[in-house]
Design a protein around this ligand. Structure first.
Ligand code: ZN
Ligand code: ZN
Length: 476
């Protein structure tokens, strides 16, 4: 008799850094003939459902799915970044009704800050283009109800054949590494270890190692991100943020610091706080501006996740939170040197956009980027514009992603590794990381592409088939 086994067909929806979504079509063996011969019980599930970001005119990329969005029986949300959750509201408008398993903190950040923000951005976008919004308050409320908050390290039994676990991940508060265990009587298990966006440390909370029993599991398939797969810590430029800010203030300049609302802004504030009393004179005022950034900061302060006690007091002295947007123009006109930390991190939206516009021709200012700069974003254009009067700086010291040496070591403790699948990054970073894995591990290594369907069994990836984007099935 032929050996029964579980078969998973995996498609990765987006090839770049943003817009993460992975669709798993699980075929459990059965006794009745089915379209996939010998397999009847199909359990499709979805890991993340994110939006494309960073470039203009991308609406069309955020308004369709290459698979049946009504089909997933459940979904997993790895963390509260737009490139991982941004398409869920649209998915709900298209009939997606599956429960979304995530951590308590991720649900809190989404429910209390980000979904409201998503809705107002979508409403404004639709109004500007005179279109019907892709989703409304109704979809947002549905989404809130479908998120099932889960504890770290607890077994979450989805069905007789599917269980998941969330483990600690330093990327942002609430982020999780997910273990998905597929089992069926008479078959070997398949264990997917999905890193999501990953970091092994965080200034605000403890990142616990994976438990030993996970490393002992049979038939492990790792799905790992590669944002910094091509960069070693030693390749990074020396830290310069505080030096640049201190130098600018001492020359009587104002510092504009655009930063991402979630994680980054709080890290920037914490860094300024730590520098105060040493190199940074606390007499200089710091301003925090941006509704989402303020909402996130309040959630940090209110205990939405278990924070190091040393980090709890992370706000710098002399911090003013800007609740009234009329104050922005007052600040821009006021020549007193100061620090203005604002969202968005790309500079394209929100108060950052107003400040950059207000200061770009002011020689008594610097603009200090704190994250990845998309070439088409406001910061990207500012960086490349030789005619501006403000001084432009950037740094890579704030990254929330692990670098190559950490990513390279991640698979090492696993005793029974079958395949490593790489996604989420520029192609060059993914290929660099793939090279490291191929040199180091006795497992098959694949850089995922949205053009293929990956067939996976307990032996790892057994076939890579061209994908028919109309039907989302392999071309046989
Ligand atoms: Zn992320
Ligand atoms: Zn991401």
């Amino acid at each position: 008799m032929e050996n029964k086994r579980i078969l998973v067909e995996l498609t990765d929806e987006k090839d770049g850094v943003t817009g993460t979504a992975q669709y798993f079509y699980t075929h459990f063996p059965g006794t009745v003939y089915a379209p996939m011969a010998g397999y009847t019980k199909n359990v499709p599930f979805l890991v993340d459902c994110g939006s494309f970001q960073g470039i203009d005119n991308i609406d069309h990329l955020n308004s369709s799915f290459n698979f049946d969005i009504t089909s997933p029986e459940f979904s997993i949300l790895t963390h509260a970044h737009l490139d991982h959750y941004g398409m869920y509201p649209f998915a709900v408008s298209q009939g997606f009704r599956a429960p979304i398993f995530t951590t308590y903190s991720t649900k809190a950040f989404l429910s209390e800050v980000f979904l409201r923000d998503c809705l107002s951005i979508e409403t404004r976008r639709a109004k500007k283009l005179n279109e019907t919004p892709k989703y409304t308050e109704y979809e947002i409320e549905e989404l809130k109800h479908s998120m099932i908050p889960c504890d770290f390290h607890n077994k979450i039994k989805i069905s007789d054949n599917v269980s998941i676990y969330f483990f600690s991940n330093g990327h942002v508060p609430g982020a999780a590494i997910t273990l998905v265990q597929l089992s069926y009587p008479g078959c070997e298990d398949i264990n997917f270890v999905i890193t999501g966006d990953y970091n092994d440390r965080n200034d605000f909370f403890e990142v616990k190692p994976l438990p030993e029993w996970v490393y002992e599991l049979k038939n492990v398939i790792i799905i790992i991100e590669a944002t910094y797969g091509g960069i070693k810590s030693s390749d990074l430029r020396p830290k310069c943020f505080i030096d640049n800010v201190v130098a600018a203030l001492s020359q009587g300049k104002t510092c504009i610091v655009p930063a991402f609302s979630f994680g980054r802004i709080q890290e920037v504030l914490y860094k300024l706080k730590n520098a105060q009393g040493r190199r940074l004179n606390p007499k200089f005022e710091t301003y925090l501006d941006g509704k989402t950034a303020i909402g996130c900061t309040n959630l940090f302060l209110s205990g939405a996740f278990k924070m190091h006690s040393r980090a709890k007091n992370f706000l710098p002295e002399n911090l003013t939170i800007i609740e009234d947007k009329n104050l922005r123009h007052f600040l821009i006109d006021d020549p007193t040197p100061k620090i203005i930390v604002s969202s968005s991190g790309s500079g394209s939206y929100g108060p950052s956009h107003t400040y950059i516009k207000g200061y770009s021709n002011n020689p008594n200012s610097i603009v200090h980027a704190t994250g990845h700069i998309f070439p088409d974003s406001k910061l990207g254009k500012l960086r490349d514009d030789a005619s501006i009067a403000t001084q432009f700086f950037d740094t890579d010291e704030f990254s929330a992603h692990a670098k190559q040496e950490v990513l390279g070591e991640f698979p090492r403790p696993f005793k029974h590794l079958k395949s490593i699948l790489i996604h989420h990054g520029e192609l060059e970073s993914k290929n660099d990381l793939a090279y490291v894995y191929k040199e180091t591990y006795d497992a098959s290594v694949h850089v995922l592409s949205s053009k293929y369907v990956y067939q996976i069994t307990s032996d790892g990836v057994i076939a890579t088939l061209h994908r028919n984007l109309n039907t989302n099935v392999p071309i046989r």
